[in-house]
Design a protein around this ligand. Structure first.
Ligand SMILES: NC(=O)c1ccc[n+]([C@@H]2O[C@H](COP(=O)([O-])OP(=O)(O)OC[C@H]3O[C@@H](n4cnc5c(N)ncnc54)[C@H](O)[C@@H]3O)[C@@H](O)[C@H]2O)c1
Length: 358
């Protein structure tokens, strides 16, 4: 096999939506909706037909920037017959957030839920089972799945080119501790694991091809940090036949930010970076380099796309295409339950100082 055979763009670029017939209603028009969700849907010519936000400034921004006639309460949006898919971009700290998701299911809407899917396992399971009973599709906006460098690595692993992975390492150092962040972020008592490491625990699980059977985690904080919760985590994961570590320092102010990963398989290695860093722009596909044991070449494909914003359009496309095919979305709520098991086990480990079996 030569290096040219390893990766085609079709293996890692997201599949476009097969139709624009679904009207999208966005509940929560804050930072992530205005900077990523709505621009990514517009880039794919998808139709955002309604919005809801309790905050008048957020509604005004949506109206003036995107021409969305937003309402205050979610009830009116759920009653809108043009809305077929409800996109929930509310923080988990909003007390009625999960109830809104249940109401959307009861209204017969398909639902895309921002990560983290829930702050506890039972709530997530309840939403999954409710959607399954109601016959609607529920997906989680676990958009890292479609970050180009992650997805390229996933495609190469899936091809069997590197053999079974036995070691995976993911490390990120960035600054998420600005005093200008929304109050719900700054006041959050829970640690970095549930809000940020969830992306990396999800992709590591996908690369490993299974859920870890045990986890050991430590969390910490930068002296003088603004945020209430610990912003630093190191998480060790044990799988049958593989180990992984996820290291997240989201309190890393003033130093060059980076985000990188390594996957060692029996027959070779992938080294990768995430395109958002360095530079902090959130754009760019990132990089991978692939080395095969015994081969005298390194494969460095020119990747295309970006995490922000293309991967956000990809999660919505995944849901739409699943609805049309009457199939489970790749990033379904049920699939996400496996990621949440790891997240909550890591939190428990950090709290108790114990290794936790999943
Ligand atoms: N990579 C990613 O996927 C990514 C990136 C950033 C944020 N997020 C997630 O997106 C979610 C939202 O984050 P954000 O940064 O946009 O938060 P934000 O605080 O900027 O926006 C939240 C919005 O929800 C509105 N809101 C609150 N309660 C409401 C209610 N009952 N009905 C209608 N609107 C209500 C607020 O007025 C605000 O405009 C969080 O769960 C966060 O973890 C994901």
């Amino acid at each position: 096999m030569s290096s040219e055979d390893i990766l085609e763009p079709g293996q890692y670029l997201p599949a476009p939506p097969v139709t624009d017939r679904w009207g999208i209603g966005v509940i929560g028009l804050g930072g992530v909706a205005r900077n990523a969700h709505i621009p990514s849907y517009r880039a794919l010519s998808l139709r955002v037909v309604a919005g809801a936000d309790l905050d008048a400034n957020a509604r005004q921004f949506a109206a003036s920037t995107f021409g969305i006639d937003a309402v205050a309460g979610h009830e009116e949006l759920l009653a809108n017959r043009d809305v077929g898919i409800v996109d929930v971009a509310l923080p988990n700290t909003v007390p009625v957030r999960n109830q809104i998701i249940h109401d959307a299911i009861d209204a017969g809407k398909h639902v895309l839920v921002q990560k983290p899917f829930a702050y506890d396992y039972e709530s997530a399971l309840g939403m999954v089972e409710h959607a399954e009973r109601a016959g609607v599709r529920l997906a989680v906006n676990q958009n890292g799945r479609w970050n180009p460098s992650y997805r390229a690595a996933s495609a190469i692993l899936a091809s069997g080119f590197l053999g079974d992975p036995y070691f995976i390492s993911h490390e990120m150092c960035i600054d998420q501790d600005s005093p200008n962040r929304p109050p719900w972020v700054l006041n959050l008592k829970r640690s970095v694991i549930v809000e940020y490491s969830v992306h990396h625990l999800d992709i590591v699980r996908r690369w490993a091809g299974r859920t870890a059977h045990s986890v050991q985690a430590i969390t910490s904080r930068r002296p003088g940090q603004h945020s209430a919760g610990d912003l630093i985590a190191t998480i060790g994961l044990q799988f049958d036949g593989a180990v992984a570590n996820v290291v997240d320092n989201t309190a890393s102010v003033g130093e060059a930010p980076y985000c990188r990963f390594r996957i060692d398989g029996a027959d070779g290695t992938i080294n990768g970076t995430v395109g958002a860093w360095p530079g902090g722009t959130g754009r760019g596909p990132g990089t991978i380099e692939v080395v095969r044991r015994g081969a005298h070449w390194v494969f460095r494909p020119d990747l295309a796309g970006s995490w922000a914003i293309d991967a956000f359009g990809a999660t919505m496309s995944d849901l739409i295409n699943a609805i049309e095919a009457d199939a489970e979305p790749e990033a379904s709520g049920r699939d996400n339950l496996e990621t949440l098991k790891t997240v909550f086990a890591a939190e428990l480990s950090a709290e108790t100082g114990r290794r936790v079996r999943i």
